[in-house]
Design a protein. Structure first.
Length: 70
């Protein structure tokens, strides 16, 4: 698995949810060795669902703002 931010190596890691945002205080996730980005199963699930929407959005956003500005 590689990091979506920097393509670095991501390692499986047990994440403790100290902020209590998740119902499960200890979750399996991945941490990037290069940039330290952390993803858990919930984030991965969201990304899988929204990947098709997010990637086009990034390239479309500048055009959209130009259209709005014009
Ligand atoms: Zn990274």
């Amino acid at each position: 698995m590689t990091c979506e931010r920097c393509d670095g190596l991501m390692v499986s890691e047990r994440i403790y949810d100290l902020q209590g945002l998740s119902s499960n205080p200890c979750i399996e996730g991945y941490r990037c060795l290069l940039c330290g980005d952390v993803v858990d199963a919930t984030i991965l699930e969201h990304r899988r669902r929204s990947t098709g929407a997010i990637k086009p959005l990034r390239s479309v956003t500048p055009r959209t703002s130009r259209l709005v500005a014009a």
